[in-house]
Design a protein around this ligand. Structure first.
Ligand SMILES: C[S@@+](CC[C@H](N)C(=O)[O-])C[C@H]1O[C@@H](n2cnc3c(N)ncnc32)[C@H](O)[C@@H]1O
Ligand code: SF4
Length: 385
């Protein structure tokens, strides 16, 4: 087992506010009409960082991710103060990846240089679509031109940038998506996140879908859209390294790899989740989701956690499979055995391989195949059973 200095350790910080709520989104994001007291949030973030560092001291932070919500609504000085608090309590590696999620509006792009000066070195932009009518239907407030301008500003300001698109949108055809994705790839540098539209419970899209007012592509079209995504990105040498994430080899998002490889990370802020290794046990933490309640908890208790569970071996092993099999690199069965205390069932592996859904690579890793990824949940459920 490598020492704490060598093991990857990520810090996730959640900014829970957006200017408006997109009708498909079920993330922990809130709209407030009064100004946000950013100084009060900075104090609370610093308090939670201190409390977490007291539980997992001596870590070398390899990645920091400011996610949301819309972190690009934060003032650059707020971002600088949060990064400063992290480096006061842990050692931040000189080559740490520091990502900020941004919405691609012109107002937010004006802050990019300030974020760079604060220490952010990677930005992830929520472009979502390169089609104005679809952006409107998704409830987005930016236009295609505004998004492309924000991408150009990101390219100039940061060493690394990525952007997100949502596909399998209502009425989207595989050929229209292929054209749109081709255009996106010409704007992309090293990384793209491509998410299939999911109809999440308790969202306006769910109600519209349930009442027949919003039609999403049927299964065959969704599969064709997925196949177009893989083919187009493979041709452009942006292969999928995870179900929805594409990168040039070596340009993967190191922070998200920490989740998928089941390494350790701290969750800071409203609704943030963490996985902390304390005295040989893995703790799964989660904070209060409502921003104002989270603030009050942190101010009175010194942290905002409402969950702090020690995971059983079974839970850890299931999580390892669920996260690791999302990756093209797959999982190391020996690591599974160490976590679970027993090996994976060889008969199930043989059966899944016979169905062409799973393969054993020459390096010994188990990987889901191209045919297996569209039915990933079933493959994981079968292996974990
Ligand atoms: C929570 S958002 C944060 C980033 C930023 N607020 C934004 O929306 O641009 C992260 C990404 O999740 C994706 N996303 C959110 N809800 C989704 C859904 N229901 N289906 C597919 N993708 C979704 C979007 O692509 C979005 O960029
Ligand atoms: S801007 Fe992003 S986080 Fe906010 S509601 Fe829309 S998708 Fe969700």
């Amino acid at each position: 087992m490598p020492s704490d200095e060598l093991r990857p350790f990520g810090v996730y910080v959640h900014w829970p506010f957006c200017l408006s709520k997109c009708p498909y989104c079920d993330f922990n994001s809130h709209v407030r009409h009064a100004a946000i007291d950013e100084a009060r949030f900075v104090r609370a973030f610093a308090t939670e960082i201190a409390a977490t560092a007291a539980r997992v001291p001596g870590r070398a932070v390899s990645t920091i991710f400011l996610g949301g919500g819309t972190p690009s609504l934060m003032q650059p000085s707020t971002v600088a103060a949060v990064l400063d608090a992290i480096s006061r309590h842990w050692t931040v590696a000189p080559d740490a990846e520091v990502t900020l999620e941004a919405n691609p509006t012109s107002v937010e792009a004006t802050r990019f240089r300030g974020y760079r000066a604060a220490g952010v070195n990677r930005v992830s932009l929520g472009v979502q679509a390169l089609d104005d009518a679809d952006l409107k239907a998704l409830g987005r407030t930016h236009t295609v031109q505004e998004a492309l301008d924000a991408v150009a500003i990101a390219r100039a300001a940061f060493e690394r940038y990525s952007f997100d698109l949502i596909y399998a949108r209502p009425r989207q055809t595989p050929s229209a998506w292929a054209t749109e994705l081709g255009r996106a790839i010409r704007e992309a540098a090293e990384h793209l996140s491509l998410y299939q539209l999911t109809i999440e419970p308790d969202t306006p899209f769910h109600t519209l879908h349930a009442t027949g007012k919003l039609a999403v592509p049927d299964d065959d079209t969704a599969r064709a859209l997925y196949d177009v995504t893989q083919e187009t990105c493979d041709r452009a040498r942006l292969p999928a390294y995870e179900v929805s994430n594409h990168a040039r080899p070596g340009a993967e998002c190191r922070h998200n790899l920490i989740y998928w490889r089941a390494h350790e990370y701290a969750g800071i802020g409203p609704g943030a989740h963490g996985r902390l290794d304390i005295d040989g046990e893995r703790h799964a933490t989660a904070a209060e989701k409502r921003p104002e309640s989270w603030l009050m908890r942190v101010e009175s208790l010194g942290h905002g956690l409402i969950t702090d569970d020690v995971l059983t071996r079974e839970q850890r092993a299931d999580e390892f499979l669920l996260m690791g099999l999302r990756l093209a690199e797959g999982i190391n069965p020996a690591r599974y055995q160490t976590i679970a205390g027993r090996p994976l069932d060889p008969e199930r592996i043989t059966m899944l391989a016979a169905h062409g859904l799973l393969e054993r690579h020459s390096d010994g890793c188990l990987r889901v195949t191209q045919a297996g990824f569209p039915v990933l949940d079933a493959v994981v459920a079968d292996l974990a059973a």
